[in-house]
Design a protein around this ligand. Structure first.
Ligand code: CDP
Length: 227
């Protein structure tokens, strides 16, 4: 940071560990760009479903990855969630549907898809810095990040949070379905060959189970001041 460049904060962690909420609040507080890498993989899953491409057709899914790399755009409004676009089409809601969520970990283990998404993430971050959230940001995408954070929470708490989110959005799913889906995604994300979910060396570990979002944001902001 001494040379005038902004910080890059890498936030990784399993499904529903609080990454998106914390990263959004932190980016707003610090006036930094927010890069939500999960929304990119979700966009690939969404387009694959829309085009009726099966996730086992790695070549076709890889091509969709190239498309997403070219067309992905995100906007952070003054209030509310990050808006995601493919070209001029807004897909914020669609990429979080139960169907896209069910397919996302399967498309994310395809190396050709990961290569495209990693290039996209790196190309979005300029010298002004960013908060970048995902699964492999500290390990693979920005191994030299100014600060690396790994957020975790008890599995039951993560399932509870996601179930509450679904209910608020009117998405139809039972609590046990939500818990099963999170567990399945965590298993695939942690065991895949290509940049699996794991704690990066030197990461600040925060268990968010009993913590308010504001507390976690405060902890990260303080750690960043000390870097
Ligand atoms: O918000 P949530 O924790 O449900 O997930 P997300 O951050 O939107 O990520 C959705 C999925 O994308 C994950 O389950 C991973 O399969 C994949 N992903 C990934 O492989 N690498 C990343 N850097 C980010 C997400």
């Amino acid at each position: 940071m001494a040379d005038g460049a902004g910080p890059v904060v890498a936030i990784d962690g399993p499904a529903a560990s609080g990454k998106s909420t914390v990263a959004l609040a932190l980016a707003r507080r610090l006036g930094l760009l927010l890069v939500d890498s999960g929304s990119m993989y979700r966009a690939v899953a969404f387009l694959a479903i829309e085009r009726k491409v099966t996730v086992s057709d790695e070549q076709a899914v890889g091509q969709i990855g190239r498309r997403v790399r070219a067309d992905y755009r995100a906007e952070l409004p003054e209030e509310g969630q990050l808006k995601v676009f493919l070209g001029s089409r807004e897909v914020t809601e669609q990429i979080r549907s139960a169907e896209a969520t069910g397919a996302v970990s399967d498309v994310s283990r395809i190396t050709a898809v990961r290569d495209e998404m990693v290039d996209l993430q790196r190309s979005m971050v300029s010298r002004s810095g960013a908060v970048v959230e995902g699964r492999d940001i500290g390990t693979t995408v920005f191994p030299d990040a100014t600060l690396k954070v790994f957020l975790d929470a008890a599995a039951e708490e993560r399932a509870r949070r996601r179930y509450r989110e679904f209910r608020e959005k009117g998405i139809d799913a039972t609590a046990s379905e939500v818990a099963r889906q999170i567990q399945r995604r965590d298993e695939i994300d942690s065991s895949r060959e290509s940049s699996p979910l794991m704690v990066s060396a030197g990461a600040l570990l925060i268990d968010t189970t009993d913590k308010a979002v504001s507390q976690v944001v405060e902890e990260i902001a303080r750690a960043l001041e000390g870097v």
